[in-house]
Design a protein around this ligand. Structure first.
Ligand SMILES: [Zn+2]
Length: 426
């Protein structure tokens, strides 16, 4: 039995006045999705929980059956894993921006003129050695990079150096203090809370100190780098500072295959989604032409999905463009990407036993951000108990036989339909 899970990022929406109170999914022409709804079972899904607006990372963790409240501490580890760094549980990972600072250390461009090709800069930065931790630094896309700290006694509980604003100085990285309330219980001696808290504070202080030293060293290396001197000569902002943010500790995720006894592959362009799948032990495919944007090459992705079918029982296909359209408030683009996704689905109908379509969260074009509205979901395949739902949309799915489920219930339901679940009890 083979299953395809299609996740259209942020595809779900709210009723839009300009569309006579319909949603982009209701307006889009999507005969394949509707056909799947007709012969499948539909429902709505809170990817994390009712009222919780999910990030794409926490939503994907939940959709793969992991509890994000147990496994998620920050975005850094998933970006780093998606960038191809081999992470170990306990590593501390951050997102990094190449930025431009002037002589007075004022940030003049948070993205260093959207610099491309930063590989030579990363190679120079990677040579920085500091006592107390191993530093792994890698450029990813455009002005972005990722930084991993490996070693004993480190912590992700530190602040960002990125002030998220130009015209300011980079912030000094500090150990978090707010964890005090979380960690010190009412009877700390009995619970051993104080000792644990002191350790965490010490580790956070050490990590913050290391990161500040690293930032300083990196600035010295970068401002003298030939590539930056060349940029300055050409009137381009030099990438002479690294803004660090989004720290998290690499979780130990019990591998997907071990948990569900199926082998999974992931076809995605977004580093974040690739990272989640990689940390879950799935095969992650790089698809040339997949951009993680509305102009992505969906046919190349479809081809990659069919290739993975040979060695895997489960393929996750992620499409990012629908979320981008939501963030841009672009109704037309959202409808268009839904129609484009629909047009590749007929290639999958004979190849897979089960096809599941959903979104990781709602990104209404009227809000331009993620909201907690539940997303529609349809599961189509042999033996599925069908319902009266005839089309795929937020409104139609709410009347479906699946009712309202949580994101982490989805894979167990699919596994059971695939005949791979084990009985609980005798
Ligand atoms: Zn998302």
């Amino acid at each position: 039995m083979k299953t395809l899970l299609i996740i259209c990022d942020g595809m779900a929406d709210r009723s839009i006045p300009a569309l006579a109170y319909k949603t982009p999914l209701e307006i889009a022409k999507k005969p394949n999705m509707d056909w799947l709804a007709k012969r499948g079972i539909s429902g709505i899904m809170d990817t994390i929980a009712p009222g919780v607006a999910p990030g794409s990372d926490t939503a994907h963790l939940a959709l793969l059956g992991y509890d994000p409240y147990e496994t998620y501490t920050g975005r850094g580890p998933f970006e780093a894993a998606g960038a191809g760094i081999d992470l170990r549980p306990g590593d501390i990972a951050f997102r990094v921006n190449y930025a431009t600072v002037d002589k007075n250390m004022i940030i003049t461009d948070r993205r260093a003129g959207r610099i491309q090709d930063t590989k030579p800069l990363a190679e120079a930065v990677q040579k920085i050695k500091l006592k107390g931790a191993e530093f792994i630094f890698r450029s990813t896309v455009g002005h972005r990079a990722t930084l991993v700290l490996r070693g004993k006694g480190l912590s992700h509980e530190v602040s960002d150096s990125d002030p998220h604003e130009e015209g300011k100085k980079p912030l000094k990285i500090e150990p978090f203090l707010q964890s005090q309330e979380e960690v010190v219980p009412a009877y700390p001696i009995i619970a051993g809370g104080v000792r644990k808290y002191v350790m965490r504070r010490r580790w956070a202080a050490k990590t913050a100190k290391l990161l500040n030293e690293f930032s300083q060293k990196a600035h010295e290396v970068l401002k003298k780098h030939p590539l930056n001197l060349e940029r300055a000569k050409n009137g381009l902002p030099p990438a002479n500072y690294l803004l660090i943010r989004g720290g998290g500790i690499v979780p130990h995720l019990r591998p997907f295959q071990e948990r569900f006894r199926i082998k999974g592959a992931c076809v995605a362009a977004a580093a974040l989604v690739k990272g989640v799948c990689k940390l879950a032990g799935m095969t992650v495919v790089d698809v040339p032409g997949a951009t993680g944007s509305v102009n992505t090459d969906l046919n190349a992705k479809a081809k990659a999905v069919l290739q993975q079918l040979k060695d895997h029982d489960f393929v996750l296909l992620h499409v990012k463009g629908s979320d981008e359209a939501g963030h841009d408030g672009n109704i037309r683009a959202k409808i268009e990407i839904i129609e484009r996704v629909d047009s590749i689905i007929n290639q999958f109908i004979d190849a897979f036993d089960f096809i599941v379509i959903t979104a990781d969260h709602t990104t209404p074009v009227g809000v331009k951000n993620h909201t907690a509205d539940p997303v529609p979901v349809v599961i189509s395949g042999p033996g599925v108990r069908t319902d009266d739902v005839k089309t795929f949309s937020e409104r139609a799915a709410a009347k479906g036989g699946l009712g309202r489920i949580r994101g982490k219930d989805l894979i167990p339901i699919v596994i059971d339909l695939m005949g791979k679940s084990t009985k609980f009890g005798a």
